[in-house]
Design a protein around this ligand. Structure first.
Ligand code: UTP
Length: 455
């Protein structure tokens, strides 16, 4: 095809999808910029942007199969044995998504660079990387640590790890891959600009990790290495465990395509995504997609159908992901209304717009074998989302502190603490309660104020 035909085809595609304005005035761009602009426009799937995903029907929703606390305790030994064996065989990788823009936190640097640990001053990246280090030492394998960045966080993230010598991880243990971006639209569905010849784009959501994992060759590499399970975490949860034999063991024993960790909701109106079943498939239904009446519906067992909230932690089967990739599966886009700062002929202006993103949990309905695993909120969930108030660095650090107090108390240490005191235990010493109890050497009988334990 000649460039002229390409340009013609592109103009026609743009016209069909209401985007012809993107070609207005391109003659004024320098030749190189014009070529780059046309190449970018031609690489976008305008049809999918035009038809975002619809919320699922909520008329026939039932409960998902969830391994609750009682079942977890009953099957603990079996699950831990299976999970341990998988970790020790090198069959587990950890994937951390860190491509978000962290707008609510209000920092221009990647969220992972944010320093908030009370005594060490460690960044979130260091905190998470040291958990991988601790796990790798414990199981005697360099657990692959896949870090998804976006064009907005890639260079800074790589530099940050590099200047910090990968926080002690082995050479090559951190595997970066970069997610894609998608154009933001105005409320009429027309692509917005960030400047002349430059689309206004955002990273394509945490669900972008599926396409990027495949496109970067990282998924194929995991398959070649015999990795069977990918533990998926989000960078901004300080308490998220990566050393979790129960999770991996459950995936292994049940031959699950996906295990989704769930929290019992604090009350029916809590604003979380819910793990539920529709027909023979699980899926996550967002709180925005259900009515208050629906969230109060009960199933045959008397329990709320929308009982389990998702804190965005999963264990994915590599075989399942590879199967979907083989079929050319693409996670759909969702639109959310946001004020967006866009460029117009008269300069930058904030306008109501649509941000488009893919959600990782849209993979769940593709999974024939899916189940939930109930977890304790206080042990695993401490998100850093906002600058202040709920889900902020302060609340997250307090939850980390409280976990440390529980570990010390369980080890027989008296904790007599003023409210403002903060305890921090380095993941290099212990990243799990079990590891802490195994390593604790009774070095002190009591803690009465701020206290930090490094290795
Ligand atoms: P959030 O949805 O909380 O977004 O991401 P965010 O970017 O961190 O924060 P806001 O909404 O702009 O304030 C949850 C997790 O998903 C990752 C984030 O890095 C975080 O770990 N994420 C989000 C990506 O990796 N890519 C994205 O495009 C969006």
């Amino acid at each position: 095809m000649s460039p002229a035909t390409d340009a013609f085809a592109l103009a026609e595609t743009l016209r069909q999808h209401g985007q012809s304005h993107l070609l207005h005035g391109i003659e004024a761009l320098p030749a190189a910029d014009r070529a780059a602009w046309l190449t970018r426009l031609a690489s976008i799937d305008w049809a999918e942007l035009h038809h975002p995903s619809e919320p699922p029907p909520t008329s026939a929703v039932g409960p998902s199969r969830v391994v609750d606390g009682a079942e977890r305790r009953r099957r603990g030994a079996e699950l831990i044995a299976a999970g341990e064996a998988a970790y020790r065989a090198g069959a587990v990788a950890v994937l951390m998504v860190a491509g978000g823009q962290g707008t609510r936190l209000g920092s221009s640097a990647p969220k992972g660079c944010f320093t908030c640990l009370p005594h060490s001053g460690k960044s979130i990246y260091q905190w998470q990387a040291e958990k991988i280090l601790s796990l790798s030492r414990r199981v005697g394998k360099n657990v692959p640590f896949l870090v998804m960045t976006s064009p907005m966080t890639d260079a800074e993230t790589r530099d940050f790890f590099a200047v910090n010598a990968d926080f002690g991880l082995a050479a090559g243990q951190v595997r970066y891959f970069c997610q894609g971006t998608v154009p933001s639209l105005d409320r009429e569905g027309r692509a917005l600009l960030a400047g002349p010849g430059k689309l206004l784009e955002n990273p394509d959501g945490h669900g972008g990790c599926f396409t990027a994992l495949v496109g970067s060759g990282q998924l194929a590499r995991l398959e070649r290495e015999g990795v069977r399970h990918v533990v998926y975490i989000q960078v901004d949860n300080l308490l998220v465990p990566v050393d979790d034999p129960v999770l991996v063991g459950l995936a292994e024993v049940e031959r699950a395509d996906v295990v989704t960790k769930v929290l019992e909701k604090a009350h029916p109106d809590e604003k979380v995504g819910h793990l539920v079943r529709i027909g023979d498939r699980d899926r996550i239904i967002e709180y925005t997609e259900v009515t208050p009446e629906q969230t109060r519906q009960r199933g045959a067992d008397g329990q709320l159908i929308y009982r389990w909230g998702s804190p965005a932690m999963h264990c994915w089967s590599v075989g399942f992901l590879a199967g979907l990739a083989g079929k050319g599966y693409k996670i759909p886009l969702h639109r959310s209304g946001k004020p967006l700062k866009a460029w117009f002929a008269d300069g930058l202006r904030e306008v109501p717009g649509w941000k488009n993103e893919r959600f990782i949990f849209d993979l769940i309905p593709e999974a024939p074998v899916s189940l939930g695993l109930a977890i304790d909120r206080e042990d695993e969930f401490a998100p850093v989302k906002n600058k202040e108030g709920a889900d902020s660095p302060a609340t997250s650090v307090e939850l980390v502190h409280r976990q440390a107090v529980r570990w010390l108390t369980a080890a027989g240490v008296r904790c007599d603490l003023p409210a403002a005191a903060r305890i921090e235990i380095s993941p290099r010493f212990a990243a799990t309660r079990e590891q802490f109890l195994a390593r604790w050497d009774r070095r002190i009988p009591a803690v009465t104020g701020d206290w930090y334990l490094e290795e």
